[in-house]
Design a protein around this ligand. Structure first.
Ligand code: SF4
Length: 311
């Protein structure tokens, strides 16, 4: 049975009143950021029915900005939410060289958050099994997944919350399109491959830039993510670069792509398993919402999403 540390809740330290106009402005903008994050996370939780009364949510905490942000916002929402749910933070210490073991326990104890640290030396396994120079992330993630599912069982967690944000979801979409020939992103909610767990991604609507700023505002004790020495794949780096470039050159494009993931028309794609093209026949009845077949799609709604010509 995994041991849980349950530090007694500590009162939250309130910000001192801003003294200058500049400080007041910063406090106002930080407050707006927190409100926006709460709103976006709350919206995702509601849209996908991620958390229900009585849930025990296991928040996977790596020590990166995303998982700290996820935990922080869930704690805030739990204070304000009309539903009652439990939160437990879990970190998997993979025994990477130089991992600062005390950072997370100290932080979680200070915050009064229940937590469990699972120590498993997956680093040595990965190093032993994968030849030098080959990518280690595949095996590492598989091992981590199995361990986290077991820990979720042992802790009685009903949901496993991961810190993937909107950027991760869009990168996965393009990685799959460009390199795997699949129209597939990263689901906001899924049932694990062993069929036993519900995994949720409450940051699905959140922009990475907001999480970066939030981490700086809140002063999270970030643990660097390159301790294992592995690098993200060249393909992922390329996609990140492409999306960042689009964000700069075509304001609204990323927003529009993200919105499109929630507005899918299977009848206008080409997957015969998804839509009954083979059995499609004319009904003879006019349909005002039906397809005109020959008209051009309108490009964006002025004032919301702008499409600029490529330079
Ligand atoms: S970056 Fe390192 S810790 Fe992360 S999945 Fe890859 S091998 Fe594992």
């Amino acid at each position: 049975m995994s041991a849980v540390i349950d530090p007694s809740p500590k009162p939250q330290v309130q910000d001192a009143a801003p003294r200058t106009q500049r400080e007041a402005k910063i406090a106002y903008s930080d407050n707006k950021l927190e409100k926006r994050l709460c709103r976006e996370v709350g919206r995702a939780i509601g849209d996908f029915n991620m958390i229900v009364p009585g849930d025990r949510v296991m928040v996977c905490l790596s020590g990166g900005k995303d998982s700290y942000g996820l935990l922080d916002i869930l704690l805030l929402l739990r204070e304000r939410a009309p539903i009652d749910f439990d939160i437990i933070a879990v970190n998997l210490d993979q025994k990477q060289p130089g991992f600062p073991e005390q950072v997370l326990p100290d932080y979680l104890t200070r915050r009064g958050v229940k937590f469990h640290i699972e120590e498993q030396d997956t680093y040595s396994i990965v190093k032993r099994v994968i030849p030098e120079g080959k990518t280690t992330c595949g095996l590492c993630s598989r091992l981590r997944r199995g361990i986290l599912y077991r820990v979720a069982d042992e802790l009685g967690a009903t949901k496993i919350a991961l810190g993937h944000h909107r950027g991760d979801i869009l990168e996965t979409l393009f990685l799959n399109m460009f390199f795997n020939g699949r129209l597939k992103a990263m689901p906001p909610k899924l049932v694990s491959d062993d069929g036993k767990h519900v995994v949720i991604r409450p940051l699905a609507y959140v922009k990475e830039a907001d999480l970066e700023r939030y981490a700086a505002v809140r002063g999270f004790p970030i643990i660097p993510c390159n301790l294992c020495g592995a690098q993200e794949t060249l393909q992922r780096r390329e996609i990140k670069h492409m999306l960042a470039d689009w964000e700069k050159r075509f304001p609204g494009r990323i927003e529009s792509i993200a919105t499109s993931l929630a507005s899918v028309k299977p009848s206008h794609l080409m997957d015969a398993e998804l839509f009954g093209f083979r059995g499609l026949v004319a009904s003879g009845m006019p349909d005002a919402a039906g397809d005109t077949a020959f008209d051009e799609e309108p490009c964006g709604t002025p004032g919301t999403v702008r499409f600029l010509p490529a330079s």
